[in-house]
Every structure is written in structure tokens, then in C-alpha cells.
Design a protein around this ligand. Structure first.
Ligand code: ARG
Length: 284
């Protein structure tokens, strides 16, 4: 248990930079190459406060000109889920604000959680945003922006379950979403024979209700939504590893990463990010 805690805590390398950069980015469509599949945008600090080494004007390209394609998995309320045909939630709203700051149109591409990093790396999406935890393993494949939210892993069980503490999980069937940190944690701690993986977070909860698994390990905010929406489920009091959520971007795409970080830090600094989180998670 300690092992994974340390493992996940060590992921908290990235701290939110609160650099006082005011002034909005000016986006003009300069440098549009004749290759029409990419757009090139100028983003400049008009009034840098000077405590940051003055950056050269960075130009970034996106997969589709004028668009910011966000890969996500919309089975994860309150971060991303469907309201009718629209993907809504904390991530969707923060991404919308980032896109606005960059002068881009946000396009949300819903896929399996397990496909998000691949999709970013294959140039099908500009960024992955999915309540995604920064982990050392993921950092080998992809870069992360600054952190914008915190998560913690918790355990959902049936109200009448004999599982009362984390220790009671030994030998039980644990449902997880494939390749999430809950999966990594459960598999590491209890062995893969005791873990059942699902593509959708919502399906872990369905399996729990149907008695196909004895417990679900998942991030706290979605766990609370699922418990509220499904009678007969409850959370164990104790929780697992603390985690940091960030946006993943293809390695080497530093210009886009810098631009997203700049937008994110402005949105954190002016309270927009917290207001969005508070709207979806009222008591926090
Ligand atoms: N925070 C966990 C992770 O990064 C779970 C994220 C699941 N997100 C989702 N949109 N289904 O592994």
C-alpha cells in the first residue's frame, strides 16, 4: 500500500505555476503554412511582469486548423459525462475556457480512457483531458501540463457488504476502469486475478450493483456521483493515494504545452478553474 502511495505521490512533481503574467494572448493567423492541415498561431505576452525570463513568441500548431481537439472518456462525472448529446463537466468547461483563450474552437473527442494517450501521440487529438492523473509511467509517453485539480482513490461497495476497511479487500473481486490509476493500484496490491477491468467507469458501478464485483476502486469525485445516483452503494471511509490531474500533450509539442499552461495559469489565477470545480463539486 505504501509502495503505490509513494509511487503516486512522486507523480506530484508538477506544481501549478502562478507566474503573474497578465495580458491576453493575441492570436493572429500569421505564419499559416501552405500545408492546410495545421494552423500556426502567435501567442505573446504583452505585459509580462518581468519575473519570468521573457519568452520568445511561441507559435503552436494544432491537429486541425482553428480547433483544439480534446481526447477524453466521458464516463467520469463530474469531470466528463453526457448531458444529452453533449459532453459536459469540469474538464469540458475548463477546456472550453482554454480554447477561448487560444482563439480555438474546442472539439471533444470521446473514446476509451485507454486510447487517450495513443490518440494524442498519433496526432489525432491535441490534448488528453480526462481527470487524468500524472504518473511516472505516463510521463514516459506523454507530457503533462501544470496540475489543475486533485483526486484521491476511494472504494465503493454495496451498503450491506462485509468489506468495511481496506484490509477486507484482500481476496475480493475488484472492479476498475482499464488502465486507470485505480486499475494500477488494485492490480499491484491485490493481483490481477482479483481485478476485473472495464472500459467504462460507469460499467464498474453496474457490475458492483449486479454483484459481479465486490468493490470498485475509482477517483473520489465520480465515486460520490455514482453513490448518489445508485441506491444501495456506499464509500469506505478510508481512501488511497492522493493524485494530481493534468492535461497530457504529445512529447515535443512544447509550444502547445506552453500555450495551454499559460491559459491554465491565468484561469487558475483569476479563480475560473476553482469556480468551475465548485459548480460541479459544491462542498469542496
Ligand atoms: N484519475 C484516474 C487516472 O488517471 C482515472 C481517470 C479516468 N478518467 C476518465 N475520464 N474515465 O487513471
Amino acid at each position: 500500500m505504501k509502495k503505490i502511495l509513494a509511487f503516486l505521490l512522486s507523480a506530484c512533481l508538477i506544481t501549478v505555476s502562478m507566474a503573474a503574467c497578465s495580458g491576453s494572448n493575441s492570436n493572429d493567423e500569421a505564419d499559416v503554412s501552405s500545408d492546410a492541415s495545421t494552423s500556426s498561431q502567435e501567442s505573446s505576452d504583452e505585459s509580462s511582469s518581468g519575473d519570468e525570463s521573457s519568452k520568445e513568441t511561441a507559435s503552436f500548431t494544432t491537429v486541425e486548423e482553428g480547433k483544439l481537439i480534446m481526447a477524453t472518456n466521458a464516463t467520469f462525472p463530474p469531470y466528463e459525462y453526457y448531458d444529452g448529446d453533449a459532453v459536459v463537466g469540469i474538464d469540458a468547461e475548463i477546456a472550453q475556457k482554454i480554447a477561448e483563450k487560444l482563439g480555438l474552437e474546442l472539439v471533444i473527442s470521446d473514446m476509451e480512457f485507454n486510447s487517450i494517450i495513443t490518440s494524442v501521440n498519433q496526432g489525432k487529438a491535441d490534448m488528453g483531458m480526462a481527470g487524468m492523473t500524472v504518473t511516472p509511467d505516463r510521463l514516459k509517453n506523454v507530457n503533462f501540463t501544470d496540475t489543475y485539480a486533485k483526486g484521491v482513490q476511494v472504494v465503493i461497495v454495496q451498503e450491506n457488504s462485509d468489506i468495511k476497511t481496506l484490509d477486507d479487500l484482500a481476496g475480493k473481486k475488484i472492479g476498475v476502469q482499464l488502465n486507470t490509476t485505480g486499475d494500477i493500484y488494485a492490480t499491484d496490491e491485490f493481483g490481477k486475478d482479483n481485478v476485473q477491468q472495464f472500459n467504462k467507469a460507469t460499467d464498474t458501478v453496474l457490475a458492483l450493483k449486479q454483484g459481479k464485483v465486490d468493490a470498485v476502486i475509482i477517483d473520489k469525485a465520480p465515486a460520490e456521483v455514482f453513490v448518489e445516483q445508485n441506491e444501495g452503494l456506499t464509500l469506505l471511509d478510508s481512501s488511497y493515494a492522493d493524485e494530481d490531474y493534468a492535461i497530457c500533450i504529445k512529447k515535443g509539442n512544447d509550444a502547445l504545452q506552453d500555450a495551454v499552461n499559460q491559459a491554465l495559469s491565468e484561469l487558475i489565477e483569476d479563480g475560473t478553474v476553482q469556480a468551475i470545480i465548485d459548480k460541479y463539486i459544491p462542498s469542496k
